[in-house]
Design a protein around this ligand. Structure first.
Ligand code: NI
Length: 251
């Protein structure tokens, strides 16, 4: 069995969510953790978690929302994280890929949500793009908080810094891409530091690259990790499940 620790499941991207949940079970996906990271997707993901047994959520504001997120949104988030199947905060973090004009707002939003994680003892799901140094700096201000570095794409050295801080490394479809060097990171950090994720609907693994992604493709990512690490798929399943349960409270 597997758990998809990070995906985005929304009516906007999929015609039939009932079918997606059914397909997941047929592909040994016992649970999925949806990330709601905008005002709308937070509400939608909370609804889905109430409707389906195996669906859990992490909620929080993505750095791309920094300019429009208000104090009221954060107060509401503080209430929303109390709901039954919320298992973490995020994805949140820093994204300097499209420029740094809102860098102060991004960092403020990131810190506010880290404070909530600390206050309520919840793990975080971190999005960091072209912002490694500042991400590490802010995470270090909250040494009591742990979490998942979602869709990791950095160097071996960076991965090791996060691991030392108590974080797990989220690996998805990119590891199957021909031009990706992520296999080197995987070899170095080992399965004991990895969480499986799809980040669907984005970043589908080969041979579905470029198509709409789904949690049902997790076994493809697991098979690739087994190949890279020269271990069995069963070992990948067992260890990543225990990593996931150690971080997220999936009752
Ligand atoms: Ni995501």
């Amino acid at each position: 069995m597997f758990i998809d620790t990070h995906c985005h499941l929304s009516n906007e991207d999929y015609d039939d969510i009932d079918l997606i949940v059914k397909e997941n079970l047929e592909n040994n996906i016992e649970k999925i953790i949806i990330s709601g990271c905008t005002r709308e997707s937070i509400l939608e993901s909370l609804e889905l978690s109430k409707k389906y047994d195996g669906v859990y959520v992490t909620i929080g504001y993505h750095p791309s929302e920094a300019k429009i997120t208000t104090i009221e949104d954060i107060s509401l988030l503080e209430k929303q994280i109390m709901e039954a199947k919320v298992v973490g905060i995020g994805e949140m973090g820093l994204d300097y890929h499209y420029g740094k004009e809102d860098i102060d707002l991004q960092q403020k939003l990131f810190r506010e949500q880290m404070r909530l994680a600390s206050k309520y003892n919840l793990p975080v799901v971190i999005h960091s793009r072209d912002a490694t140094e500042d991400t590490i700096k802010i995470l270090k201000e909250f040494p009591e908080v742990v979490g998942d570095i979602h869709c990791f794409s950095g160097s071996i050295e960076t991965a090791k810094i996060y691991i030392k801080m108590g974080y797990k490394i989220g690996i998805g479809g990119v590891v199957t891409f021909k031009n990706s060097n992520l296999y080197k990171v995987v070899q170095e950090i080992g399965i004991e530091n990895i969480l499986l994720e799809t980040d669907s609907p984005y970043l589908a693994p080969v041979p579905f690259r470029g198509k709409i992604n789904s949690s049902k493709y997790i076994p493809i990512i697991a098979a690739k990790l087994a190949e890279i690490l020269d271990i069995s798929v069963e070992d990948v399943s067992n260890v990543t499940l225990s990593n996931t349960y150690a971080l997220f409270d999936l009752k």
